[in-house]
Ligand binder design. Sequence first.
Ligand SMILES: Cc1cc2nc3c(=O)[nH]c(=O)nc-3n(C[C@H](O)[C@H](O)[C@H](O)COP(=O)(O)O)c2cc1C
Length: 359
Amino acid sequence: MAVKKALTEILGIKYPILLAPMAGVSTPELAATVSNAGGLGSLGLGSSSVEKAKSAIIATQKLTKKPFQVNFFCHEPQEVNVEAASKWIDFLKPVFVQFDSEPKQNLTKIYKSFLEDPQMLELVLELKPDVISFHFGVPPQSTVEKLKRTGIITMASVTQLSEAQIAVARGIDILIAQGVEAGGHRGIFSTEVDPALTTKDLVALLQSKLGADEHVPIVAAGGVMSGQDIRELIDLGACGAQLGTAFVQCKESAASVNYKQSLLGQNKDGATQITSSVSGRPARALISSWHTKVDVPGRPPHPGYPYTYDVGKQLNELASSQESVSPDRFNAHWAGSNVRRIRDLDANKLMQTLIREMS
Ligand SMILES: Cc1cc2nc3c(=O)[nH]c(=O)nc-3n(C[C@H](O)[C@H](O)[C@H](O)COP(=O)(O)O)c2cc1C
């Protein structure tokens, strides 16, 4: 029980509400607004270069004196599987033809994993954000210790018990229990192992198996849209909640107008589904042609992450630029399964609403 109370103290925040880090959507303004309202703001920097990450962290530090988290991807680095890449490109060709275009022939590593980026680690140690979090895995214990010695609090997304045990063994301070309802990429460490637990089941599992013994605070993520949802998860044993989809529509987010409108337009029947075809890792998005035209039985295996994303982004951009011409939507509008409960509020108003609903 003492652990539950401690999350706000550990993080130095007023309310147990965390903004999810969202690569491509996070901005210093969004992070600082949430932190200034008493939650934990965040920057999703998994797709950023060291230079971009540096300017985002410095800009956020200028906008708030309160704590915020920076977030990186820790997938196992791999080389491209040339044969799989070639088959995947051939498979997607007919879709590109429809847009009078063709897919790129060489798929490249569009992002580095934090595990292979010592300069990014140096940057974090130099700028000392209050909190760092990891998605798709955790760095080695030596790196976690280095960060903690600098006074940085460490968090990691986990989706199942074995990942939670690994994170705890490496010294991670706080677990983000990401349920299958979550928008965007699943934080699974290995794409081979995904029990697809719901947020509630995962929180209950982690709470019963390691919450009490290990004294690791558990933050729930996935499908959380209101203060009542947060309260329910806290009653189940979570110490707080991390929300992504609810904040994407905020004016402070970097999501495109088209993306924001798609989310807000889903109030009646927002349907989402997980696909690995966009990036090479499973991620939940609003239903699009990725689900209905690419994820069909018999499709070849994709060439892995992040190589699949190289051609996925190409198709996404192409389709977005020609949306008025073609009805086919190849957008990757990441959204959680409770998107239909999204509200049209700026970040500060959304925070005030969540705080009011929680109490
Ligand atoms: C647009 C979008 C981008 C995301 N990008 C990241 C990311 O860069 N790093 C990360 O740890 N999680 C990322 N996530 C997942 C969130 O951390 C979180 O698990 C999820 O948003 C929770 O579910 P919800 O969207 O239903 O609130 C992203 C989620 C969304 C919606």
